[in-house]
Design a protein around this ligand. Structure first.
Ligand code: ZN
Length: 244
């Protein structure tokens, strides 16, 4: 594995072809988790994925889109169009350096601009592959279902709190935990901040979280991410109609 902590000479000698860009968020996570939660989670999972895939780890982007958390201190959202341009710019720089595959790993579930930017970059660059790994996509997997007792995890929940016990326990405040499973579906976050549906700014049951669950969730998320990346690469290589 090579990363942004290496020198330019070391990176050049390694000739990386696959780069991983973790994207987090800086936003409120209830009273018990730090605003760095999504950035910490995406960084830790991306680092382990990069190690196991011998990939090039880029620094984590600590800002993304989180308008659903407006109204509490500590939340900083980019505009969707700003984030689109940031991802596009990083892709173009990676392309100039010979990267063939750029994986964007999303540690925050509300990055909806990721779909159009990934589609556009792939359509315009058939010799490259941009892969989006949205950690939320694994929430309904059997492996995660076996670990999590609450089946409605979205924000500062059993899933995120367990991972933060595992990664950064000194910044978790269990005495401040409030459970709240809103009585509306997730898409209501398109209409108003989370506080309208959950005054605590929590979506799930963090009281069920534990460090032991965090270790198991970490392993599942790392393996699911690697399997997903390898599947996308394998299937697109086998069905390469651009070069027929
Ligand atoms: Zn989060």
């Amino acid at each position: 594995m090579i990363s942004y902590q290496n020198t330019a000479k070391e990176i050049r000698e390694k000739k990386p072809t696959i780069a991983i860009l973790p994207i987090g968020s800086t936003e409120q996570h209830g009273a018990h988790l730090p605003t760095s939660t999504d950035t910490v989670i995406s960084s830790k999972i991306a680092e382990e994925v990069a190690k196991r895939m011998d990939a090039y780890l880029l620094p984590t982007l600590p800002y993304s889109t989180c308008r659903e958390h407006d109204g509490k201190m500590g939340s900083f959202s980019l505009k969707s169009q700003t984030l689109y341009c940031v991802i596009e710019d990083i892709f173009e720089a990676a392309k100039r350096q010979g990267i063939k595959t750029l994986v964007i790993m999303l540690g925050h579930g509300g990055i909806f601009i990721s779909n159009p930017v990934v589609r556009e970059l792939n359509a315009n660059n058939p010799d490259m592959q941009v892969i989006k790994v949205d950690l939320v996509q694994f929430f309904t997997s059997n492996e995660l279902n076996d670990i999590l007792e609450c089946k409605n995890n979205l924000h500062a929940c059993e899933y995120e709190t367990s991972l933060m016990y595992q990664f950064d326990e000194e910044h978790v405040h269990p005495e401040e935990i409030v459970d709240c499973v809103p009585d509306v579906p997730r898409d209501y976050l398109n209409y108003a901040p989370i506080f309208r549906y959950s005054p605590a700014g929590v979506w799930g049951m963090p009281s069920l979280a534990s460090k032991e669950k965090g270790a198991k969730i970490f392993e599942v998320m790392v393996q699911k991410s690697i399997d997903y990346i390898n599947d996308v690469l394998k299937i697109n290589r086998e069905r390469d109609f651009y070069h027929e």
